[in-house]
Structure formats: structure tokens, C-alpha cells
Design a protein around this ligand. Sequence first.
Ligand code: HEC
Length: 117
Amino acid sequence: MSPIKPPMKNSTAIGVTVLFALVAFAVLVSLPTQKGTHEKNQQTQRLFPLASGKTLFEESCVQCHTLPVFKSHTPDQWRILVKKMNRYMEQTGKSYLSTDEADAVTDYILSNMTTKN
Ligand code: HEC
């Protein structure tokens, strides 16, 4: 029995470090999200409860016109456009989106620009 442990192999050390980083990251990411969602649900009445970006897009954007083609605008244009459209919705008394919901719609559009529509 040797009192001194042999050092970890490099590959083992990297594996352990990566695993630890992943777990720490998962914990960090999940905690604030759960808390934030919980608080938001209590504070504001959501117009489209628990809806995904896709549903929000399909249900809110058809209130005035047909659904736009994703490729028609660049990501930067979409980021501005969705906010502008949401302002139209609010001003004209339609169901409009919270900031988070508008972001979800923008994310949905941007992540589908190359694959669909
Ligand atoms: C309250 C009514 C209303 C709603 C709801 C609405 N829009 Fe619009 N949208 C308009 C009007 C009015 C125009 C034309 C005037 C303009 O472009 O500002 C327009 C134009 C557009 C255009 C063309 C703009 C351009 O510059 O080429 C796009 C793209 C668009 N809307 C996307 C959306 C999306 C995405 C949503 C959902 C997040 C949405 N709209 C929801 C009223 C609306």
C-alpha cells in the first residue's frame, strides 16, 4: 500500500472537469429560469399562457394579415419588426405579447429561417 496516490491520467482529469462543468452549468441554467417563470405567471396575466414561439407566432400574427415568409427579412430586421408589430397589436386593442413572448416569436422565426417557409 503506497501512501501517495498516483496522479490522475490526463484523460480522466479532463473527463471529470467536463462532467463537473456540465452539471454546474445545468444547475445554473435551470434555477433562474424556473424562478423567473414562476414569478411571471403570478404577476402578469398571460394572453397566450405557456405557448411556444411557434404558437405565439401563428396565433398573434394572423390577427391582421397572413403569416409572413421567414426569408423575407434578415435577423436584424425581424428583431425590430416583431417589436413593431407587437406595438401595433397593443395600439389597436388586439391580443399582444409580453416582452418574453415577443422574444420567443423572434427566436422561432430566426431558428426556422433556413429550414421552413
Ligand atoms: C395589429 C395588426 C398587426 C398584427 C397583429 C401583426 N401585424 Fe404585421 N403588419 C401590420 C401592418 C399594418 C403592416 C403594414 C405596415 C408596416 O409594415 O408597418 C404589417 C406588415 C408586416 C410585415 C411587412 C413589413 C415590411 O416592412 O416588409 C411583416 C413581415 C409583418 N407585418 C410581420 C408580422 C409578424 C411576424 C407579426 C406577429 C408577431 C405581425 N406582423 C403581426 C399589422 C399587424
